[in-house]
Design a binder for this molecule. Sequence first.
Ligand code: PLP
Length: 436
Amino acid sequence: MDDGRRTLEPGELAARDRTCVWHPYTQHRTEATPLEVVGARGSLLRLADGREIVDGISSWWTCLHGHGHPRLVEALAAQARELDHVIFAGATHEPGVRLAEQLTAIAPGPLTRVFFSDNGSSAVEIALKMAFQHHLQRGESERRVFVTLEGGYHGDTFGAMSVGDPDPFFEPFRPLLFDVRRVPADADAIEAALEDLGPRAAGVLMEPLVQGAGGMAMHGAELVRSARASATRHGVPLIADEVMTGFGRTGELFACAKAGVEPDLLCLAKGLTGGMMPLAVTLAREELFESFLSDTRARAFFHGHSFTGHALGCAVALASLEVVRDEGTPAKLERIGAAIEARLIDALPEEIERPRRTGGIVAFDLPVTSGASGYLSELGPLLRQVAIDRGVLLRPLGNVVYALPPASLSDDEVEGVVGALVASAESALGSSRRST
Ligand SMILES: *Cc1c(COP(=O)(O)O)cnc(C)c1O
């Protein structure tokens, strides 16, 4: 190599990693050695031992078009030559302004203001803080209880954990979380909660159409529309967390658009830059923004991050939006999802429960008798290995096995993903049969 780096021997990186790295959501004592990823192009991750495996989960749902899309790479390099980053309080830049213009133009509904951050959890925190301070500044300081859904996931920071379902991820942190009104994903339950809270209700927060980390639970547009109607009736904002569903995952640009709903606040992250840069946004209606306008600084929204409005992220996001338009990413993901589903239905063992799909997201449940109940079951790492042996990266959520691939997935790769999903199901059922 001419860049001064040695070629890594297989195993070397993992050995060094073991001495100094702490990985997310990882039990370091028991989990397998991490994959040594040395490169990625399109749907494929290249490993140090020469294997190539299909990224069946878009690298935690971020990688929208496939890895290393040339237009994103070019946008990143070009922007780096001009302006890398500048403080975004009291300064602005063209990629930031252009991205805000474009996001407000394509947003589902009249969301006219864009607040930048760099991850989905922060995008959610920002929406919660905006909603709460908005109430305060209108003299409604009692409005502090958010209505959220069971099985919801909104990120790992304290506010985001509070509005998420503590089961299964946040159990240890329960004593530190603030109170919310968590209800089943049901229209009547949302309405009843708002009715009961009355002047204490602060807003309704939901993942529209698909609850991701909570287990790829899918609900109809009807639920989102009812939540919208209830929020309007009770005069509180509807906050849509489209961190995962945004930018085509559901077969349309946004789940809210697919459901025919206009939220008051919208959180976007993962697919925003096609997975190439960490960037997130919270979009708000003008009326919300206006309640922060005042002659006193104290009424401003005192929130910001070192990397707010990062110019490299904005430039890549702009390129990604162009690719979404030019390549028809939502329709592509819909076709890929339909192709996986069609092959899967015939191939899955009949004990498999609730096969389901929304757009490019395909999921099914393993029966809990297969030892796979709960996210913390020991089966997850085992199933991951089964899939990797079939050349596909999957990461089941407890007893929920799913694929959420990038739009680059070829027909051959579709077959590969289906093979890995089926192999995971068979091995889970096989291990339960052996143990009974
Ligand atoms: C991943 C996710 C988040 C958190 O985003 P991070 O970038 O991981 O902080 C929030 N909401 C939903 C729906 C998500 O899927």
